[in-house]
Design a protein around this ligand. Structure first.
Ligand code: HEC
Length: 123
């Protein structure tokens, strides 16, 4: 057992650690810290569709913070369907007096659904 470990260790050092080294600077860069690829792609989609002119993930801007939206609807089965409809048609009165204008057809239903799923998946 000891022998096996001793012969495996140098291999781990060779193959296990080295490929990591070039990736280090990327991992610690503030732009990607804590954000998976999905997260980056979703934010880009939200940016492209102008959602981020009124929303952020963490703070109320014109519209509610998306993490708060996720908390409010957590565990509600029909939340996705209802919110896709709401984002498409716009509306007011759930979070205050501010109005969300209709986002469809400027934003495709597919993109709206993707963004609503992303919003609801936030912790
Ligand atoms: C012009 C500003 C504006 C834009 C652009 C905007 N929103 Fe909103 N959003 C709001 C406001 C204001 C509310 C709160 C509406 C309410 O209180 O009923 C809201 C609410 C929401 C909610 C919660 C709805 C509810 O009934 O709880 C979701 C989800 C949402 N927005 C997603 C999006 C997505 C996705 C986009 C981009 C496709 C987007 N918003 C674009 C202003 C905006």
């Amino acid at each position: 057992m000891k022998k096996l470990l001793l012969s495996v260790l140098p291999l781990m050092a060779l193959y296990g650690c080295q490929p990591d080294t070039p990736a280090q600077p990327l991992k610690s860069s503030p732009a990607t810290a804590g954000a998976g690829t999905d997260d980056v792609a979703m934010r880009a989609l939200a940016q492209k569709n102008l959602c981020l002119t009124c929303h952020t993930l963490d703070n109320t801007l014109v519209g509610p913070a998306w993490r708060k939206v996720a908390t409010k609807y957590r565990g509600q089965k029909d939340a996705e369907t209802r919110l896709v409809d709401k984002v498409a048609k716009g509306g007011t009165g759930v979070w205050g007096a501010m109005v969300m204008p209709p986002n469809a057809p400027r934003v495709s239903e597919e993109d709206i659904r993707t963004l609503v799923r992303y919003t609801l998946s936030l912790q």
